[in-house]
Design a protein around this ligand. Sequence first.
Ligand SMILES: *[C@@H]1O[C@H](CO)[C@@H](O)[C@H](O)[C@H]1NC(C)=O
Ligand SMILES: *[C@@H]1O[C@H](CO)[C@@H](O)[C@H](O)[C@H]1NC(C)=O
Ligand SMILES: *[C@@H]1O[C@H](CO)[C@@H](O)[C@H](O)[C@H]1NC(C)=O
Ligand SMILES: *[C@@H]1O[C@H](CO)[C@@H](O)[C@H](O)[C@H]1NC(C)=O
Ligand SMILES: *[C@@H]1O[C@H](CO)[C@@H](O)[C@H](O)[C@H]1NC(C)=O
Ligand SMILES: *[C@@H]1O[C@H](CO)[C@@H](O)[C@H](O)[C@H]1NC(C)=O
Ligand SMILES: *[C@@H]1O[C@H](CO)[C@@H](O)[C@H](O)[C@H]1NC(C)=O
Ligand SMILES: *[C@@H]1O[C@H](CO)[C@@H](O)[C@H](O)[C@H]1NC(C)=O
Length: 793
Amino acid sequence: MSYIETNYKVLILCLCLIAALDGSDPLYYKQRVFPLMKDKSDSKFGFFDHETESLSHNEFIKTCGPMGQYPFWNVSLSWEERVKDLVARLSLEEIQLQMARGGAGPYSTPAPPISRLGIGPYVWNSNCHRGDQGAKENATAFPQSIGLAASFSHQVLFDVATVASVETRGKHNDFVRRGVYATHTGASCFSPVINVVRDPRWGRIQETYGEDPFMSGELAATFLDGLHGDNQRYVRVTGGCLHLDAYSGPENIPVSRLSFDAKVSDYDLYMTYLPGFKRCVQAETFSIMCSYNSVNGIPACVNKRLMTDILRKDWKFQGYVVSDEQALEFVISTHKYLQSFEDVAAAAVTAGVNLELSADMPQPVFLSIVQAIEQGKLSEAVVRERVKPLFYTRMRLGQFDPPGANPFSRLSNNDVVTPAHQAMALEVAKKSFVLLKNSNNFLPLKPSNYKTVSIIGPMADNYDQMFGNLPPMQSRVFAKTPLEGLKEIFPSLRYKQVCEGETKCTNFSREAVQELVNGTDLVLAVFGTGPAVEAENNDRANLDLPGMQKQVLEEIMEHCGTAKILVVLMNAGPLNVTFLDVDPRVQAILECFFPGQATGDAIKEVLINTGGNSSPAGRLPVTWPLHASQIPPITNYSMVNRTYRYMQSLPLYPFGYGLSYSQFSYESLTSDANVKAMENLSFEVTVKNIGDYDADEVIQCYISWGRSDLPVPVRQLGHFTRVHLKQGEEKLHIGTISWQRWAFWDKGLWQVKKGPMTLSCGGQQPDQTKKVPSNVISTRFYIVNSASTTDEL
Ligand SMILES: *[C@@H]1O[C@H](CO)[C@@H](O)[C@H](O)[C@H]1NC(C)=O
Ligand SMILES: *[C@@H]1O[C@H](CO)[C@@H](O)[C@H](O)[C@H]1NC(C)=O
Ligand SMILES: *[C@@H]1O[C@H](CO)[C@@H](O)[C@H](O)[C@H]1NC(C)=O
Ligand SMILES: *[C@@H]1O[C@H](CO)[C@@H](O)[C@H](O)[C@H]1NC(C)=O
Ligand SMILES: *[C@@H]1O[C@H](CO)[C@@H](O)[C@H](O)[C@H]1NC(C)=O
Ligand SMILES: *[C@@H]1O[C@H](CO)[C@@H](O)[C@H](O)[C@H]1NC(C)=O
Ligand SMILES: *[C@@H]1O[C@H](CO)[C@@H](O)[C@H](O)[C@H]1NC(C)=O
Ligand SMILES: *[C@@H]1O[C@H](CO)[C@@H](O)[C@H](O)[C@H]1NC(C)=O
């Protein structure tokens, strides 16, 4: 045995002893002491590489005596046996602590170690919608979720989730090595957010995948696959879908989400608000978060129908439900539904909550679990069941196996913001952009055509607002604003901040605008919202551009003479830009959402079509209304007249809309002529790039019902995919549409009625007045029989 190993054994023994003496956790000591040694040590203490660390872990477990012998540490047993063994060894006090410490802040996190069993602490609270959000230190910042959805690309969601989870896990591993257990340092993500967008004013649109329940569910499933990784035994990080349920505004206008009661019909629940969550369960999400609001009178986090009857009984969910931050307290303070912590603890645990996300309270609600049991309000057996998924999740993260067995334990800070990740941030940002207007093929730009160029608007050089809510932390050196990116093609770009109050644009200087645009050939107008205007707990009262932004744009149009105007928008929820859409002085409108670190480069590359293959191809994941009167009250949860599925009137820009530098032709759509009620439809369609550029195209196929007597949407997206086609290239696309898309919920059943159906494929919805130049092609098929089922699909 070498000198190093000998010393190492002595060190471990000392740690075990100290831990045993003061009753704390030896692993905790190990994590604290090793880094100190590392810092102080010279090369002869070089046993901190991952190989030896895994060795040392085993050694450690063994040296620390009987605790290493417990069956729950035994890798030969099944997860179920191990979890069962572990939980049987816990006292109720220990269990309630584990269930109570899922929160944010030093009181609420981490879930404490259980020293006598050798179990370490764990932080449950992380966000990874598009990078490791909120954790200290660098992370790659991809576009905010709504932009990811706009890519209409499974690959994009998968790639972003993969990188986000690599970085989250890498940082988590390093935090644990350094003994850091602060908020957002865990490996369990509160991502993705899949609430369906039903009101364009909702503040959290940016965190979602848009208004279609099927698409939200598909993208969520893909995202979860990317987070989890493809190891059979271990997961890289664990994903969780937010927020169950009927949570899509209001946040704060006109009432607080913390007391709001969403009145939802079963029809809308099953057709719109639940399907995405069901898809998450099918994709083996580890967790679900219950929401702040009430659903039909019962706060979501004590709602047994949602969390037990539907989630666990109908869908067979095996994971854990975490309450939204402080939601359990709000059951008392804002919903006034129950009066005491014991009652809420009993109601929440019974209804299905496993983990409390408290808001840094020394005494969170779940520390009343034992009392609730003693008072006969809660069953001990249920509590013991509820804690199991928490340990199962940690086992799947590899915490109870030797780290060397787990490939994800080798990830570290070295895997964060790598050149490859940064390159991907640029590619993904480019894929998220949606071209809304492009008069006379104004774009792509030829920079040499313009001598004098101005950039103007509150988003032109606004580093703070281009990431969206709760951004991954960044060093400034990794990011470029639009101004910084566009300077690289227009070196003498003229710029001045003209708005007061940044994106809120509470006032502006007319003189400055006039001076900026007078005599220019091209005006790059970069406008929008940012999280200062729309965010969690921050709805918009209407869709107007914030403050005086519209007046600034009008000032530009009035004074720019013959200059061309290109509008770049950075926002999440729809904006009222009808005046820009119809005005011939505005040549083009490019919607960019919140593109993250690559904002400047992505805008630059798309505008000039860098590499000949940077045509925008994103599509709107949310309908942009034309008139304010098309928007029902945000407090009304009926889907009537909401989203492309139920709207009876024409929008400004439809769901699925987006232009390309190129043009596509759809031909030869064929499908099964007849299909049984519960069989899937196969189809094929040829798509050809008939324009002047290589480009991506989003193929969208919708179904609609020929019968007018059924309670069904106007149409339903049934299939989507994003393909790349070189100029002149054609591809045969083969797809299927699941029968679940034409089933509808009625009278407590999923029903299919026989009758004629239409299938339409193209780069957009059929029958639109706002059209892209490509065609939409349709065919008929026939459902030959009626059927119904009580089974959850
Ligand atoms: C681990 O479990 C296997 C299978 O039950 C058993 O054969 C083995 O003895 C166990 N190992 C220890 C160290 O208890
Ligand atoms: C973040 O990245 C920047 C640029 O590479 C570097 O200077 C900084 O030290 C990094 N921060 C941390 C905490 O690693
Ligand atoms: C807005 O700005 C203009 C010119 O910069 C100034 O004259 C005017 O007083 C300002 N208005 C308000 C309400 O601050
Ligand atoms: C632009 O500037 C020129 C020269 O300074 C001036 O004569 C002209 O009135 C200005 N035009 C506008 C629209 O402000
Ligand atoms: C947009 O603004 C116009 C003019 O004020 C108004 O008539 C229209 O209703 C607005 N549309 C939306 C969607 O708010
Ligand atoms: C909500 O909207 C639906 C559809 O427009 C309507 O039938 C219903 O009466 C509204 N509910 C309330 C409470 O206003
Ligand atoms: C739905 O919208 C249509 C068209 O704008 C309108 O005629 C109808 O009254 C609306 N329905 C409800 C219930 O508001
Ligand atoms: C229909 O498609 C769904 C979803 O893709 C799939 O799970 C199911 O197995 C398919 N059903 C049949 C009968 O092929």
